[in-house]
Design a protein around this ligand. Structure first.
Ligand SMILES: [Zn+2]
Ligand SMILES: [Zn+2]
Length: 334
């Protein structure tokens, strides 16, 4: 992912200016912007056009005088319930159009903007009729916001298919929404067991979070305390845990996380036999045209969730190797 100047081979990270059209690509100088223009211009124009549609739809909604179905001020009065008011749908579809482009871009600004868009779309439409929530975990992970990713996935797992699914009232705005914060990332993985419902959208990000934990724990275990200051930890979960950072022997935690990875591995194979092989080698699948209809556990389900997650996996050094380790461990098992 590009955090600095978007001109190829430029390493400049400071004093950057944004492209004034798309706002999600940065350059260190007008010269580098000019040199990059031929490769940037097509996506820039696409994104600008999609954003213009959002602005137009938003202006129309705000100018609406209100009627018996929609208040004159839908952004305040219908927060959370947008999809049930059909006048808001073109606006929501337009925002999806923007996310769709931003999420394919490789700059930190574009990924942050896509995630902010998704979180705001969920605020406006709690029930997520457009299915944007499955895109969010991969974006959180690309931004190294593992704790927030975990909390987000856990909330949906609990309320959508877990213990609260029978009692949660989507129409009651006083109910807590996305209300899990700082959950214990080391906890048992059984809570992500979704039964018959598609598990792949949950399994791919949770597996990557656990693998990042494992990679960091192994590194902590192998690094003497006095050398810890130079260590580059992959996950904010461990970076923010003073107790874990201050102790040398991480054997019990390593064993526990490995056990959880094995459980997730089994769940992934159960959901679709190809799950982990596809994660290790996503290119042939993600290049295919995007599926329109999804059957839980089917090849299209795997395809779509791979699209949402494969970049986060690719950007985590060592993650595929850990998966390979588990594929080998399980090779002899039925
Ligand atoms: Zn641009
Ligand atoms: Zn530059």
């Amino acid at each position: 992912m590009i955090t600095g100047c978007s001109r190829e081979h430029c390493t400049q990270q400071e004093n950057l200016s944004r492209c004034s059209r798309c706002l999600v690509v940065q350059y260190c100088s007008p010269a580098h912007q000019k040199e990059d223009w031929s490769s940037h211009k097509s996506i820039c124009a696409k994104l600008k056009k999609a954003q213009d549609v959002v602005d137009k739809e938003e202006a129309e909604l705000r100018a609406h005088p209100g009627d018996m179905w929609m208040s004159a001020n839908p952004f305040e009065d219908h927060e959370g319930m947008f999809w049930s008011i059909s006048e808001t749908r073109p606006y929501m579809r337009a925002r999806y159009g923007v996310v769709d482009i931003q999420m394919t871009m490789d700059t930190q600004l574009a990924i942050s903007a896509a995630l902010s868009n998704i979180m705001d779309m969920l605020r406006l439409c709690r029930g997520d009729n457009m299915g944007v929530r499955d895109i969010a975990p991969g974006l959180f992970l690309r931004l190294h916001r593992d704790q927030e990713c975990y909390d987000f996935v856990k909330w949906w797992a609990r309320v959508y298919s877990g213990e609260e699914s029978k009692t949660y009232d989507w129409g009651d705005m006083s109910q807590p929404y996305l209300s899990i914060h700082n959950a214990d990332v080391f906890e048992d993985v059984n809570l992500f067991d979704c039964g018959e419902y598609s598990e792949i959208s949950t399994l791919l990000p949770i597996m990557l979070i656990k693998i990042r934990l494992l990679l960091d724990l192994r590194m902590l275990h192998a690094t003497p305390l006095y050398q810890r200051s130079n260590m580059r930890l992959g996950t904010d979960v461990i970076r923010n845990n003073a107790t874990l950072l201050a102790t040398q022997d991480r054997t019990p935690q390593i064993a526990e996380v490995e056990k959880q990875i094995q459980q997730l591995y089994d769940a992934g194979c159960k959901a679709n036999k190809q799950t982990w092989l596809a994660v290790m080698n996503p290119e042939p699948i993600v290049k295919r045209p995007r599926p329109m209809m999804i059957t839980p556990g089917g090849v299209d389900d795997l395809h779509l969730n791979l699209l949402y997650n494969y970049k986060a996996w690719g950007e985590t050094r060592g993650a595929t190797e850990v998966l390979e380790e588990f594929v080998r461990r399980n090779a002899g098992r039925k």
